[in-house]
Design a protein around this ligand. Structure first.
Ligand SMILES: [Zn+2]
Ligand SMILES: [Zn+2]
Length: 352
């Protein structure tokens, strides 16, 4: 075991502050990374403040962060994928059982015995896992991704959650050249969906409540922008979409978007409203439309996504902050006051 520097919440209302945590020394299949950048995901804020107490109660101290990019410093004797000096990345999971049907299918995100990157029982230490708001992390090599060398590292970090969360359903539902794709909500997830849709060759239409985001949506790769409060503008697209990705976490009218799908079209939710959404089933019956959800992606697909980003030079649009601004960043996140993701420069932790 060794001591690592970190930023942790010590209670739901404490905010985050500098602390020291214990991590395991790398065992034979482990990779140790010096963390260079860690993105800030909305889940980090929910977990730090114990807002998911019913489903995943927070154990304090809580060190969030599951959008991690780092430099390999040490590898175990059996590690094949990495050597010291390589870049590596870690997303939302750090382990799974590798034996269940989900793992065998490469869908570790649905493994009943997976280990999430933070606030999850840690098989090695007996405590909980600690995430990326830290100077280093030790992870089994299967859960460490290779990072294409041409990508900006600050903008690469958010690919590990926001990126794979949007890439995976687009691939699953067959988005390809010539598809018509809708993206509802232009935030951390939505802006990645626009970039991926564009790079896959789709015709991308952004739905937003904010007319001010129009120019930005076009810059990110959208072909059209529709102000979702304008019913006429929305209805002009009735029955025309192959796929719509909905990244809005607030309660909103889902039927509006169901009715924009063509035959066999799919609407996938990646935002998670706290309240149930009423779905008009008639909208699904006609044209055999489907309504579904999606959760991050498996390890193989996460690597595929990173490689795709390398080929198309795709990264998240980030505002880089020092770790000392983390509490301010959380407040700004609540107001959607960031274009489009915060990325923490972990060099700032060295001065603590
Ligand atoms: Zn996340
Ligand atoms: Zn499994």
């Amino acid at each position: 075991m060794y001591k690592a520097k970190a930023y942790a919440a010590s209670s739901p209302s404490s905010g985050l502050a500098s602390t020291s945590i214990t991590r395991r020394e790398p065992t034979e299949h482990d990779v140790q990374l010096d963390i260079l950048f860690c993105g800030i995901c909305h889940s980090d804020l929910h977990q730090a403040r114990n807002e998911w107490s019913g489903m995943m109660p927070t154990v304090y101290p809580c060190v969030p962060g599951h959008e991690i990019v780092g430099r390999v410093t040490k590898v175990g004797s059996a590690v094949k994928k990495f050597k010291a000096g390589d870049l590596g990345a870690v997303g939302c999971m750090v382990d799974s059982d590798r034996t269940c049907p989900e793992c065998k299918a490469g869908l570790e995100q649905f493994c009943p015995n997976f280990t999430l990157t933070y606030n999850f029982p840690d098989k090695h230490t007996g405590g909980v896992t600690y995430g990326g708001y830290s100077d280093s992390i030790v992870v089994d090599e299967h859960f460490v991704l290779r990072v294409p060398s041409n990508l900006d590292l600050a903008g690469t970090a958010p690919l590990l959650c926001a990126g794979i969360t949007t890439y995976s359903p687009m691939r699953h539902w067959g988005v390809t050249k010539g598809s018509k794709v809708g993206v509802v909500g232009l935030g951390g997830l939505g802006h990645m969906a626009v970039k991926f849709g564009h790079a896959l060759g789709a015709h991308v239409v952004v739905f937003t409540t904010s007319p001010g985001k129009k120019d930005d949506a076009i810059r990110l790769g959208a072909d059209e922008v529709v102000i979702s409060r304008n019913a006429d503008e929305v209805n002009r697209h009735a029955g025309s979409f192959d796929f719509i990705l909905d990244a809005v976490a607030a309660v909103h009218d889902i039927n509006l978007y169901v009715n924009l799908l063509k035959r066999d079209g799919n609407l996938t939710m990646v935002g998670a409203p706290a309240e149930p959404l009423p779905v008009g089933v008639f909208g699904l019956l006609f044209r055999r439309r489907s309504f579904s959800g999606s959760l991050i992606g498996g390890i193989a697909e996460t690597q595929e996504m990173l490689d795709f980003c390398g080929q198309h030079n795709i990264t998240a649009d980030v505002e880089v902050i020092p770790i000392q601004k983390i509490n301010e960043a959380y407040e700004r996140l609540l107001k959607s006051d960031v274009k489009y993701r915060f990325s923490i420069d972990m060099a700032s932790l060295k001065s603590e």
